[in-house]
Design a protein around this ligand. Structure first.
Ligand code: SAH
Length: 424
């Protein structure tokens, strides 16, 4: 029988609690095992040696550190022959055939009795693409990726015809620092599946253009002014919509819990008995310096980084920050919402003992088309902000990591900002 011409019969396997034997412990096995674990299978890897990644899974899987024996397949439901030795794979195939167990082969699809499709998940669907055993896995993977992209971006619309998977409630979606590619897959999916999206000014707005046309979009920037009145109104809207049985996505820039008032919304929902899901976002004090090429920590230079809101002046009675303590820190300081108060903050840090030569980078509109970095020092920050006409949003990075990223600018300062001799 010419197995290569056989037509494939597609099926999904329920492997929960069932013994699945993977023979081989190299890179093929390493790719298969996590999906088998995710399916709840009782995975046994048989191989004299395994990769460190597989060894790290021991506990979730069993590892028999020895050559394959036919009896390994006794009681198994499914087998994966994933060694680089065709003779061993043949032995696995033969033992599987004898026991009527379906067997995948990494080396020769024509000899296999089962094939692993290219798999992906989006919009609660499992997408499995097969080339029918034709031996072109990259083609299947490419088609899978295009289907997934289509589902995530909404160009393929996955309308639900049964509402069983639907759950009213509020999802807090962190959108990342601004570039629409920097939202998480889960965040993007929550937006595309929402009935109502409540979006902030700093949320990555390009993504909103991809929303299905029947989604209600509420733009918070257009709500009545005044920070606390606005928040009360947002809480009211999300609770009211969720109570009406709708799925609400609360979409913000960065992470909702980093100066995003996200937990006030959690409390409002909790008080109203509305379920809340949280999808974290890349927060700007970490992501924006990274995109600008500045690390927030560096071996031998900074063993801590501190994120501080600069929306109040340091001497403001309402400030909750211990600025004397902040000034004594030696690591990286990341200031948010601080463009306006930066001169006061720099003066406070200098008075508290930070040297005037401390490098400072101001990264404006991070990850967005107009991104720009202004290099300065604590001593000259106030005048540089004016001279360079810096406007929010910006992250102000204070500390020697800035000199690590821009040695040309701070070279004249020499050892003062280089790695300490005892550091390592
Ligand atoms: N929740 C957001 C922060 C909201 S506070 C987060 O986790 O990132 C708003 C401040 O975030 C701005 O004043 C600015 O300091 C910073 N910020 C947010 N996005 C930024 C960006 N793309 N570039 C520079 N700073 C940004």
């Amino acid at each position: 029988m010419d197995k290569g011409d056989d037509q494939l019969y597609p099926a999904g396997l329920r492997l929960t609690g069932r013994r699945v034997v993977v023979v081989g412990g190299g890179h093929v096995a390493q790719r298969r095992v996590p999906q088998l674990i995710a399916a709840g299978a009782r995975v046994v890897v048989v191989s004299p040696e395994v990769t460190p990644a597989i060894e790290g899974l021991v506990g979730e899987i069993a590892w028999e550190a020895r050559p394959f024996e036919a009896s390994d397949l006794d009681d198994a439901w499914y087998a994966v022959a994933a060694t680089d030795d065709p003779a061993v794979n043949d032995a696995v195939s033969a033992a599987a055939e004898q026991r009527r167990i379906f067997c995948v082969r990494s080396d020769d699809a024509a000899l296999a009795t089962a094939w692993t499709p290219a798999v992906g998940r989006a919009a609660d669907l499992v997408i499995a693409v097969h080339d029918g055993g034709g031996g072109d896995p990259r083609r299947s993977a490419a088609v899978r990726d295009q289907v997934l992209d289509g589902l995530r971006e909404g160009t393929i619309v996955a309308t639900r015809h049964r509402d069983s998977g639907r759950r009213a409630g509020v999802t807090l979606v962190g959108g990342g620092p601004g570039n629409p590619d920097l939202i998480s897959l889960a965040g993007r999916r929550a937006l595309m599946e929402a009935d109502v999206v409540v979006a902030d000014r700093l949320a990555p707005r390009e993504i909103l253009g991809d929303l299905p046309s029947d989604v209600e979009l509420i733009d918070v920037a257009k709500l009545p002014r005044g920070r606390s009145a606005q928040q009360v109104e947002i809480n009211r809207i999300i609770v009211e919509r969720a109570k009406a049985g709708l799925r609400v996505a609360r979409f913000k820039g960065g992470d909702n819990f980093v100066f995003g008032r996200g937990y006030e919304e959690v409390i409002a929902c909790r008080d109203a008995g509305i379920p809340v899901t949280v999808i974290p976002g890349l927060t700007s004090p970490v992501a924006v310096p990274a995109i600008a090429g500045i690390p927030v920590t560096h071996r031998g230079v900074a063993h801590d980084f501190t994120v501080v809101s600069g929306h109040l002046a340091p001497d403001d009675p309402g400030s909750l920050t211990d600025w004397d303590a902040v000034a004594r820190l030696r690591g990286t300081l990341l200031l948010m919402m601080a463009v306006e108060r930066a001169p006061d903050i720099a003066a406070t840090l200098l008075a508290g003992g930070r040297p005037a030569s401390t490098p400072v980078a101001v990264v404006c509109d991070g990850t967005m088309p107009g991104e720009r970095t202004v290099l300065s020092t604590l001593g000259t920050l106030a005048e540089d902000l004016v001279a360079q006409q810096v406007r929010p949003p910006a992250i102000i990075v204070v500390g020697d990591v800035v000199a690590v990223a821009h040695p040309e600018r701070y070279a004249e300062q020499g050892a003062e900002h280089g790695p300490g001799p005892a550091d390592g």
